[in-house]
Design a protein around this ligand. Structure first.
Ligand SMILES: Cc1cc2nc3c(=O)[nH]c(=O)nc-3n(C[C@H](O)[C@H](O)[C@H](O)COP(=O)(O)OP(=O)(O)OC[C@H]3O[C@@H](n4cnc5c(N)ncnc54)[C@H](O)[C@@H]3O)c2cc1C
Length: 523
């Protein structure tokens, strides 16, 4: 043996990591699924095990393989015969994974809610990977079309995304954001012009993820109207799929810090044909109440999944690696960090399932009018928790993955040593899309002030935190009551700045107390 040869090996760690099955190796996740599946658990358990065996091996490897810089999606705008084609090219690994995952029929009537959530949780452990965003956009499209598809074209699209056609399920996208603003959807200027029973869309959408999709939900303003309506738009000219675009150009794919495997485009609509979904004057309400709500719930679930994977691999590494003659996890400082991040991952997971159940039980997407105080209160709780969880869990995910990277030391920064750098960047994007932090915190303040005459802040906090630590409930009840006495968080004075600081902290504490209670319920 040469004196220069270093026999140090990571193989024991790699072997352990390779053997992990995201579901079968995770007793806590199984307990969560058992709790939420109830009597259906044996069937749900079997279905999730079957999927997890692929998600934890083949799809994990496909996601890793597609994540290198040379495999980024790219755009081919012209073919060799001077046709504008605007094809979004993705690596074979991404296409294979998408085909297989969408082949699962996750949004089909065959798949019950808990099976779907548990399967999604397992899939999301592979990061965004150009699969999480396509899944949630498709979920939102199915939900909104299930409610409103009322003409042959929209019924056919629903069937295509939900049940598939010719052995392939269609993929959905959602295009709301314009150059002048993403949060401010009411300020949309993309215009819709009636054309017989259909509509033609004109203008620029500035953040269009899943640019390779088959269909997109698009917000646009009917000409002469002050309302923003919701449309469903094929990405290809009907009958010319894969060959000619539907009255639109894909101008550029964005170069992003995270979700890099996902093509996010800038798109100009120039007469794209589309069909209205729901009443024209309810587009904004439907896009927020259905499409964005489901996306925000998914951010909660995906954040929990990212944390779960990051913590699991970090615990394994800390058990494997010696530093100064001791395993990393034998240092009290690291032990505390591992315990805290494990707890964060678990409470976020337990709460993500619980919020989803509350959302469904409170009427969720049904649009049914509230009957009675209790129903109204539960619906308010669900609405606010969806927003608050989105804000806090995505931020916690970034913090937990950052902590995990630190435990790995220098290896934590190495892109192909672990998935942590990718999860970190994807987490950061989860903080930004589907409603950034300040927008949602401000909205919650507005909502709770509006509800205060029938649901005072104290009732709201006590309702959300049923089963939580009584001292925390008392403290947050007082804090919410004080901060909600302020008429607005938009007043430009020093008192409001101070109140915003407190509101931010109080909302974070509320979510953490809710998550702690959800974790305690797990025993
Ligand atoms: C990777 C990626 C992919 C995306 N994909 C899509 C997509 O597929 N479809 C789509 O429609 N959009 C998409 N988006 C856009 C995303 O939803 C928007 O970026 C987001 O809604 C914020 O809009 P904005 O970027 O215009 O920021 P702005 O609205 O300009 O906000 C800037 C800042 O102002 C704050 N702010 C805004 N309004 C208020 C308010 N009323 N009160 C207090 N603070 C406020 C925000 O919190 C933020 O800090 C994507 C974004 C990213 C990063």
């Amino acid at each position: 043996m040469s004196i220069r040869e270093n026999l140090y090996s990571f193989d024991a760690f790699l072997d352990e990591r390779r053997r992990i099955d995201y579901y079968a190796s995770d007793d806590f996740l199984q307990a969560v699924v058992r709790r939420f599946a109830g009597d259906a658990f044996p069937a749900v358990d079997a279905a999730v095990r079957e999927l997890s065996a692929r998600a934890s091996t083949r799809w994990r490897d496909l996601a890793d393989a597609a994540a290198t810089p040379d495999r980024r999606p790219y755009l081919v705008q012209w073919d060799a015969h001077h046709h504008r084609v605007d094809r979004v090219c993705r690596p074979a690994e991404t296409e294979a994974m998408e085909r297989e995952v969408f082949g699962e029929g996750l949004f089909s009537s065959r798949t019950d809610l808990v099976t779907r959530l548990a399967k999604l949780f397992v899939i999301y452990q592979n990061g965004e990977a150009c699969i999480a965003c396509p899944l949630v956009c498709t979920e939102g499209m199915v939900a909104v079309l299930e409610r409103f598809a009322d003409r042959p074209e929209t019924v056919a699209i629903l069937e295509h995304v939900k049940e598939g056609r010719d052995g392939r399920s269609a993929v959905g996208a959602q295009f709301l954001t314009e150059i002048q603003g993403g949060s401010d959807v009411p300020a949309n200027v993309v215009e819709a012009v009636g054309d017989g029973g259909a509509w033609r869309l004109h203008g620029t959408k500035f953040f269009c993820s899943v640019a390779h999709a088959d269909y997109a939900m698009v917000t646009a303003r009917p000409r002469g109207s002050s309302d923003v309506a919701l449309f469903v738009m094929p990405m290809w000219e009907p009958g010319r799929e894969g060959d000619r675009r539907n009255g639109l150009t894909i101008d550029r794919l964005k170069w992003k810090m995270g979700t890099s495997e996902l093509p996010t485009a800038e798109i100009t609509l120039d007469g794209a044909i589309a069909w209205p979904v729901g009443p024209l004057d309810r587009g904004l309400a439907n896009v927020v109440g259905i499409v964005l709500t489901l996306s925000r719930l998914t951010v909660g679930l995906a954040s929990a999944a990212f944390m779960t994977r990051a913590v699991r691999e970090t615990v394994a590494y800390a058990r494997f690696r010696d530093v100064f003659g001791r395993r990393i996890d034998e240092f009290p400082m690291a032990q505390a960090q591992l315990e805290d991040t494990t707890r964060a991952a678990r409470r976020t997971t337990a709460a993500a399932f619980k919020v989803y159940r509350l959302f469904r039980e409170s009427g969720g997407l049904s649009g049914a009018p509230d009957t009675g105080f209790e129903a109204r209160r539960r619906r308010l709780e669900a609405r606010e928790l969806v927003m608050l969880q989105k804000v806090v869990s995505s931020e916690d995910s970034t913090s937990v993955v950052r902590e995990a990277i630190a435990i790995f030391g220098g290896q934590g920064a190495v892109e192909d040593f672990s998935c942590l750098p990718r999860l970190f960047r994807d987490s950061m994007v989860n903080e930004l899309w589907e409603g950034p932090r300040n927008v949602l915190l401000t909205q919650v303040h507005r909502d709770l002030r509006k509800a205060a005459d029938w649901c005072p802040p104290r009732s709201f906090v006590e309702g959300i935190l049923a089963g939580a630590d009584p001292a925390t409930v008392a403290r947050l009840s007082i804090e919410f009551a004080e901060l909600l006495s302020l008429p607005s968080l938009a007043t430009r004075d020093a008192a409001t700045v101070a109140a915003c600081r407190r509101w931010d902290a109080a909302c974070r504490d509320l979510v953490h107390a809710y998550q702690d209670a959800a974790l305690r319920e797990m025993g």
